[in-house]
Design a protein around this ligand. Structure first.
Ligand code: NAP
Ligand code: HSE
Length: 427
């Protein structure tokens, strides 16, 4: 019997697509032996046919998606172009034409996941997306398969490499946010427009995807409370250190009796927590389950070859399913419809830093406002900042977010409170 060849098409050959192209060529022999088929890139969709693409076979390029869609010999479409449209329409058309799909597109999956999974299921196709969260880190497949027997109660992780790099530089080299961002940009971690990273949107998309997998209920990007790292200052980093913590941008999803909590925000984490050890551009995801107890998955969350590693893992998996005639075996696992908790109802400990007038009775006024709003104080540090000004750093016990918001808006009305400089959640 002759060798079986599985023909695939890449939609896009930018950072990730180039990595996939290289890895498929580099590992051809191993893929053949482990998947049982030769994997051949038959077509590559690009935006611009004229762009220089060193090392890429120009014969494979096309700017016409229909050439891919209408080619019955193409069994798998690998979407690595990004964005919502035209990626969404192309993926749906591919699935409806009976082609399997692998995608790295968290922006799309976090918003339109349900529609994509339904199309895959209706057509008996695979839709795989391991690279959409955590780059090279295996987390989608472990959640869907290896940990499938668990009741997952919480997922918490460092899901964005750019912000972790910035916070590491601020924490270990005493850099300002602006200087650390400039280095992240120079090293190619941050995009030309870093908004999605530093404002927490990228991590928010990943948190939404993980929440769906963890709790078997649809959580979309809009359900995730999001705060980025742009307001974190050197002073906050120094206080975190003084309190035995480090600040990390964390994505969290928790299943509670009142509904799913989903958020991304800077969090002070005790420095002996495993996530505190995750430095530079590394990502890590911590999972709590009733049978597994706790597990942490750590690795490179982005970049050409790390992301290609995850995409190619999916490609090999699809190839195996094609060889065994069992595509579409693991479809959408969201069988529940749990409510998502309003962010105001979530309880957290807080660290608050404020500048106040250094006068008798000011601390008592601040404490009274907190007390009126059910905020219990666990620690107070007062530092003299010069002139008639003192700096208060206050750590609270867990309190519902809406109580904290009410307390802070009343606090702003106290004449002796000059500025509320920071409000950061604490683990
Ligand atoms: P990229 O470097 O910007 O590459 C995008 C590619 O898609 C380019 O080849 C571009 O064509 C092509 N493309 C874009 N729009 C197109 C259109 N309308 N028609 C045809 N081709 C189009 O992006 P990337 O960094 O590789 O990211 C790709 C996906 O992987 C995104 O969903 C991203 O979120 C995800 N991801 C990326 C990373 C990472 O480290 N970069 C990590 C995890 C996940 P031209 O070359 O002609 O411009
Ligand atoms: N921009 C992301 C990060 C990588 O910095 O982690 C793509 O998901």
């Amino acid at each position: 019997m002759g060798e079986r060849t599985i023909r695939i098409a890449l939609l896009g050959i930018g950072t990730v697509g180039t990595g996939v192209y290289k890895l498929i060529r580099r590992r051809r022999d191993v893929m053949m032996r482990t998947a049982g088929a030769n994997i051949e890139i038959a077509r590559i969709l690009v935006h611009s046919l004229n762009k220089e693409r060193p090392g890429i076979d120009r014969e494979l390029l096309t700017d016409d998606f229909d050439e891919i869609l209408e080619d019955p010999s193409i069994e798998l479409v690998v979407e690595v172009m990004g964005g919502i449209e035209p990626a969404k329409t192309m993926i749906l058309k591919a699935l409806n034409a009976g082609k399997n799909v692998v995608s790295a597109n968290k922006d799309l999956i976090a918003v339109h996941g349900r529609e994509l999974f339904e199309a895959a299921e209706n057509n008996g196709c695979d839709f795989m997306f391991e690279a959409a969260v955590g780059g090279a880190i295996p987390i989608i497949r472990p959640m869907k398969q290896c940990l499938a027997a668990n009741e997952i109660t919480e997922v918490m992780g460092i899901m964005n490499g750019t912000t972790n790099f910035i916070l590491t530089k601020m924490s270990e080299e005493n850099m300002s946010f602006e200087d650390a961002l400039a280095i992240a940009t120079e090293l190619g971690y941050a995009e030309a427009d870093p908004t999605a990273d530093i404002e927490g949107l990228d991590a928010g998309r990943k948190a939404a995807i993980l929440a769906c997998l963890a709790f078997h209920s649809r959580v979309t990007f809009d359900d995730v409370y999001i705060e980025g790292i742009t307001k974190i200052s050197k002073e906050d980093i120094a206080y975190a250190r003084e309190l035995g913590n480090v600040i990390k941008l964390v994505g969290r999803a928790k299943n509670t009796e009142e509904g799913i909590e989903a958020g991304v925000y800077p969090l002070m984490i005790p420095k002996d927590h495993p996530l505190a050890e995750i430095r530079n551009s590394f990502n890590a995801i911590y999972v709590y389950g009733d049978a597994l107890d706790e597990a942490m998955f750590m690795g490179r969350g982005a970049g050409e070859m790390p992301t290609a590693s995850a995409v190619c893992g999916d490609i090999i998996d699809v190839a195996r399913n094609i060889m065994h005639g069992c595509c579409g075996r693991i479809s959408c696992t969201c069988y529940r419809q749990l409510p998502v908790k309003e962010s105001g109802k979530v309880s957290n400990k807080f660290f608050i830093r404020m500048k106040v007038k250094n006068l008798p009775g000011v601390l008592a006024k601040v404490a009274t406002v907190f007390g009126l709003h059910k905020v219990s104080i666990s620690q107070v540090i007062q530092k003299y900042s010069g002139g008639d000004c003192a700096e208060l750093a206050i750590v609270t016990e867990p309190v519902r977010e809406y109580h904290m918001r009410d307390a802070l808006s009343l606090m702003n009305a106290i004449e002796e409170v000059k500025e509320i400089c920071s409000v950061i959640r604490q683990f």
